[in-house]
Design a protein around this ligand. Sequence first.
Ligand code: ATP
Ligand code: MG
Length: 392
Amino acid sequence: MQYQSFLIKYAEIGVKGKNRYLFEDALVTQIRHSLKWVEGDFVVSKESGRIYVNAESEYDFDEVIEAFKCIFGIAAICPMVQVEDHGYEDLKKQVLSYVEEFYEDQNFTFKVNTRRGNKKYPVNSEQINRDLGELILHTFPGTKVDVHKPDVMLHVEVRNKINIYSQSIPGPGGMPVGTNGKAMLLLSGGIDSPVAGYMIAKRGVKIDAVYFHAPPYTSERAKQKVIDLAKLVSRYSGPIHLHVVNFTDIQLYIYDKCPHEELTIIMRRYMMRIAERLAGECGAMALITGESIGQVASQTMQSLTATDAATTMPVFRPVIGFDKQEIVDVSEKIGTYETSVLPFEDCCTIFVAKHPVTKPNLKMIERSEENLEENIGELVETAIQTVEKIWC
Ligand code: ATP
Ligand code: MG
């Protein structure tokens, strides 16, 4: 026996007043979008503060649950049976057949929890709880009532139709993508930046991404890896517009003109400047990076300050206080880890100095950047004009 319907529960935070409709509509849109990739026909509907998904054909239960688990804003997924209201005796029958069908072995403690949304229904919820409780005890001798910590919490919702459910599968939480603006993710091929993108998307932020590619120093395979990572993140965030910037000439120019121990930090500042320009063009209001305090020389407090000074946009660094292992744990959970650890070179590692500055002084960095004045403007313009855009 298979469930034909799902009740989608969402977090109430931030869903007060007018926002509620935006939140619900965005969630419905995301659910429809995700279910397009799942085999089967589904109807998603919104009804007095509830979102329902009805299967209109055969489908794979696990595949549907996996899809729901990627949709931010979903607090819980309740597979349920929805029946027409054909009177009280019929309701009792339906509840008994629910227990029989969905529990192979009827040895459990339970509690019936009725909510009567339809106040015209002739029996009140207390009475329904008592009647159904007695009936279940009587019909299935292995069952016992436990009102404090039941194995099975059997929900019966009497609305225009009647909803019966007892399972609640946790969703990812967060807010539906699209309810909190857009940001530009600096996506490298590493472990951290896909996790950073996931975390900001979880707060309802739509994401675009930028990757700085340095052919021939970085290979096509390194680029493909970033495309694959963007696709993996897009299962959660919705489609990502990936901007691939050819960064080679800028890197070589910096390499030629600036002290080598400052290379990484100056490169990073140009990445921020270009990312900011691209963000402005696509309506993104902030940048996202996978930086974490102290992880490498370019992520000390002084380096982060110097990086920040290159942009006026807020820079979101959601993993800033995470240990590497904590970031790895999230990347394993969201399925990006295995791709992230594929051994392809990154543009930063190729041009990295033996002894990079760990406490850059902003004035000093700015002075070094003056050496770039002659050509850097044009190189940046060219990099922006020749961006390759890929839908992931
Ligand atoms: P990650 O694992 O995310 O690559 P990392 O530990 O390798 O991070 P860095 O190489 O110092 O750290 O990069 C810090 C952040 O800068 C990255 O998380 C990413 O947001 C951004 N970044 C670095 N290199 C690139 C690149 N080639 N293209 C786009 N963004 C980049
Ligand atoms: Mg990296």
